[in-house]
Design a protein around this ligand. Structure first.
Ligand code: FES
Length: 326
């Protein structure tokens, strides 16, 4: 259906490594031995798991490495994806993977980068730090984890190249990342990249906005919408509406307690889904007419205002009908 990418690639799990408590990495190479497509720092891929689940993961390898690396947190609130990676995926196994997609890149015009990570949010920022290090550009990485045991990639970040740029905050050592202090002084030319759970992003953005950082200098990616608070389920008071599929003329009713994706699936279609929480962008679909009611965390304010795209897993219609380019 609305595939935003070419057919998935077959990849082989070249290595699986436990790099911290409840965090493993998978190294992925192409099953046919050919080179992987280039990936920019901050890019993510959709991994198709043996169960059929599709999950987005940020790439965290250094630039130019011949394999991709993803880091996966075993999430107690998981809907099954992270548990499957930890418990069932093994080195040597063949999986399918979508091409890298980029929503969270380094601002090319920045003179300096401030990278703020919480928990598993370190993964895209690790790829950024490695790229900035390789290019000799100015950056500082602040990384908060609940404990030393739950902090990943400490061997790498402790190396002489990275250590002077890295500030580590370990909760079990009584250390805390003071977002208000780190973001207290907006700097022209400095761009901030944030990655972590929703509460961390919200707190960081609130501090940055209170300090007067221009929104154009703030870039973020949320990880792991929290259990029970994900945006995908309709809310009380939501109304039924219809979606018209422009290519076939079919009209599909969407009930008040249904998402567009579920209504399409019920009508026999197979919308491509991944996070199902409005975070990853896999289900992004062009809107030809009607007004979307955006419920996602993926589109920018400008994209929301334009109203020409919608996330099928969570967003709805303001009027009675949306016309989709499907
Ligand atoms: S499936 Fe991830 S945003 Fe819809």
């Amino acid at each position: 259906m609305n595939s935003p990418e070419a057919s998935p690639l077959e990849v082989r799990v070249a290595a699986k490594t436990l790099v911290a408590q409840d965090i493993c990495t998978l190294d992925l190479v192409r099953a046919d031995g050919r080179p992987l497509p280039p990936a920019e720092p901050g890019a993510h891929i959709d991994l198709h798991l043996p169960s059929g689940r599709v999950r987005p993961y940020s790439l965290c390898q250094a630039p130019g490495e011949p394999r991709y690396r993803i880091g996966v947190l075993r999430d107690a609130a998981s809907r099954g994806g992270s548990r499957e990676v930890h418990d069932e995926v093994q080195a040597g196994q063949t999986l399918r993977m979508g091409a890298p997609r980029q929503r969270f890149g380094l601002a090319p015009q920045a003179e300096q980068h401030l990278l703020l990570a919480a928990g598993i949010g370190i993964t895209p920022l690790l790829s950024m730090a490695q790229a900035l290090q390789a290019q000799g550009r100015r950056y500082t990485l602040h990384y908060a984890a609940r404990s030393r045991a739950q902090a990943a990639f400490l061997d790498l970040l402790g190396q002489p190249a990275f250590a002077p740029h890295t500030h580590l905050y370990l909760g079990d050592a009584g250390q805390r990342l003071d977002l208000a202090a780190v973001l207290s002084q907006p700097q022209p030319g400095t761009h901030v990249a944030l990655c972590g759970p929703q509460r961390f992003i919200d707190a960081a953005l609130a501090c940055a906005q209170a300090a007067g950082w221009p929104s154009a200098q703030l870039h973020f990616e949320r990880f792991g919408a929290e259990a029970g608070t994900g945006p995908s389920d309709p809310a009380a008071g939501d109304q039924a509406f219809e979606v018209e599929l422009a290519r076939s003329g079919r009209v599909i009713p969407v009930a008040a307690d249904q998402t567009i994706a579920r209504a399409l699936a019920q009508a026999g279609m197979e919308p491509l889904l991944s996070c199902e929480q409005g975070v990853c962008g896999t289900c992004l679909t062009p809107v030809l007419a009607g007004e979307p009611d955006h419920r996602d965390s993926y589109l920018t304010p400008e994209e929301r205002a334009a109203g020409t795209q919608i996330l099928l897993c969570c967003s709805r219609a303001r009027g009675g009908r949306l016309v989709l380019d499907l």
